[in-house]
Structures are given as C-alpha cells and as structure tokens.
Ligand binder design. Sequence first.
Ligand code: PLP
Length: 403
Amino acid sequence: MIDFKALAQEYGTPLYVYDFDYMTKQYEELKEAFRGRKSIVAYAVKANSNLSVVKHFAKMGSGADCVSIGEVRRAFLAGIPAYKIIFSGVGKSDAEIREAIERDILYINVESEAELGRVELIAKALDTKARISIRVNPNIDPKTHPYISTGLHDNKFGVDLSTAKRMYIKANNSENLDPVGIHFHIGSQLTELEPIREAAVIVADLVRSLEAIDIELKFFDVGGGLGIKYNDETTIKPYDYAQAILSTLTALDMTIICEPGRFLTANAGYFVTKVLYEKQNGEKKFVVVDGAMNDLLRPSLYNAYHEIEALTQSEGEPREVDIVGPVCESGDFFAKDYKLPPLNHNDLLVIKSAGAYGFGMGSNYNTRGRSAEVAVENGKARLIRRRESFDDLIALEREFLED
Ligand SMILES: *Cc1c(COP(=O)(O)O)cnc(C)c1O
C-alpha cells in the first residue's frame, strides 16, 4: 500500500505517484508471454516519458518506441541501446530523420511513400543505408474510442497494403534503404483480441508475398494498444495476445516486436490532488480540487473514466458530485456525477490509472506549473521530477522583456 498522505505531505499536491514495482510486473508478464520466441518489448515512450520511468524499463532490457526525435534522445539518455530503438510517426522532419539515421537506431518506421523518398535522399547524402520498416494500415476497426483508433483508412496512419508492397520493392532496390521490418498499430486501449489477430493475419500474408519475391524481413512489429482496466473493462491476457500473434506467423522466422505504453504504466500511476472547496450551484454539487486538466487531460479530451478514491475522515452519505479543477474551462473536470462522501478542505483524492498519457499530456495552461512526479519502488519513494516553479514557466520569455 502506498501512503499517499505521507507523500502529499512531503512533496505537495497535485502530485503524480508511480509504482515502479507494478511496471516491473507488467513488463515481465508480457515478456514471459513471448518466451521461447525472439521478441523485443519496445516501451512506447509517449505513454510516460519521464527519464526515470524509461530508465526503469531500460534496466529490464526493454527497447523503446519513439514518436519524435526528442523521445529518441530520451531513450538514449535513459540507457536504451540503439539497436532496440524504433522511430515512428506520420510527420518526421528532415532533421529528425537525419539524426535517427546518424544514431543508427534499429529502424525508422516509414508512414508514407513521400517519407520513404525523404529517408532515401537523406541516407544518400549521409552515404549510408537506412534501416526501415513500413507501417501498414490494415483497415481493421479496433473497436475502441475513435480518437485512439489508428488502423482504419480514415485515420492518418500508415499506408494500404498495395502501397506498402510497392514501397518494399522500391526500398529493396535502393542503394540507401534496407527494409528490415513491417509494422502495424491499429489503436489504443484495445480490449478485444480479434481485431489484432485479423490485422496480424493480413500483415503476415503480406510478409509471405514479399518473401516470394525475395524480400526478407526480420521484424514483425505488432505495435502497442493492449488495453487496461480503468473501470469494468475485460482486458486481453498477455498470454492470449502472444498466442494470437504467434499463430499467424507459422513458417515465418521473425523477431516479434510489441510496443506497449498504457499496459506497462497506466495502472502504476496515481494522480493525487487536494480538495479546496465544495460548492453547490442550484442542484449541482461540485468538488473543487487543486489539480486540473493541465495536469491530467484524459477526462476532458476523451471523456475518459478514472476511478477516484477519497482519503477522508468524513463519514457522511456519499452523494453525486462533479470533480473539477481551477482552470477556466467548463471542460476542466476529472469526473461527473461521481459518488463521493462529503469532503473537507485538504482531504485528498487519489485518481487512479493515471500513469499513462497523464503527465505527458500536461501543459502550462493558465500559467500553472506541472506537478511533481514521485517513484515508489520497494517501499521507498523518490522524487523523479520536481514541481515546476513560476520561474520555470517564464524562463523562455523573461529575456525578451523590454523596460
Ligand atoms: C502510441 C503508440 C503505441 C503505444 O500505444 P499504447 O496504447 O499506449 O500501448 C505504440 N506504437 C505506436 C506506433 C504508437 O503510436
């Protein structure tokens, strides 16, 4: 049990707390599911990009899936070896592509024909061969929230099958491209296995048709997307996930790469916020807390559900309240019509499942400094990012002030 009161006392609120032991458990369970096969778990850095978190995964042998050169640099700083780093994303700049090639990462995950052309040109200018994979869009409905669905032709991600094939042929004939992998990622917070299996079948068929024309790929990258339990979802078991993927790869000797983000960190994270006031507008009851949408955006952005626990001495009957922050937006809420007991000034609320897409989606909106982040491991807590001060917030503007 994590002593949130003690942590709030020591580090202040609002505060992110991460249970590193839970992250270890999740990583090991997934790794174990692929036992006996060549596999790399490449942690999706965007889920929680704190250097100490990435380093925690690096120490367990994890790779990294990065979606900007900034994330690639984080992965290097955290100690992930170049040969386990993947660079994905629909819009890579020339400078990002160049740096990725120079750093000799495992591969650049190419998302369009135009991008393949840029990678080739840049590799040529560097007089080298760039390792690439191609992100295939298998046009599968992942049955998740539309904002986090990525594997349909309506989405901006990847290329269709026939384009992918053309691109592999082009890459294979190029002096400056080395096609080594194939990739798909159909969405996030997936709770059904069937869409993943269907996508894997389609992509494995493409791999076979490429083998038939002597294009041999080494890496079968199934993306991330494993869902977690926020509320009452049933989730996919890592073992079943691995089996479903492996079953599509008969006669293919490839290294399987998966890129989980949320699965590894979401339920390791807690966002701790303090009650400022209760108020009532007509029939509507509000609990106003010191954390806000600039700290944890998911409820505002996706109407996402997070379980919330009140740490309070109060023994009154629970009632339905909206839990809102101080930011000047009606969309600034953590929950609506949520049952909580009457709360007192300074009581704590612990918002759960906040370890993925929490801190990282934060901002300084309303000139609010970002929360501190604390890691708990083996019963010990340590600060892994200090709270932002007002000086931090204005540092990049101050020098432009005129008298
Ligand atoms: C976001 C992303 C992931 C991780 O997604 P989760 O749902 O957090 O597992 C993996 N791969 C790619 C390419 C991504 O964009």
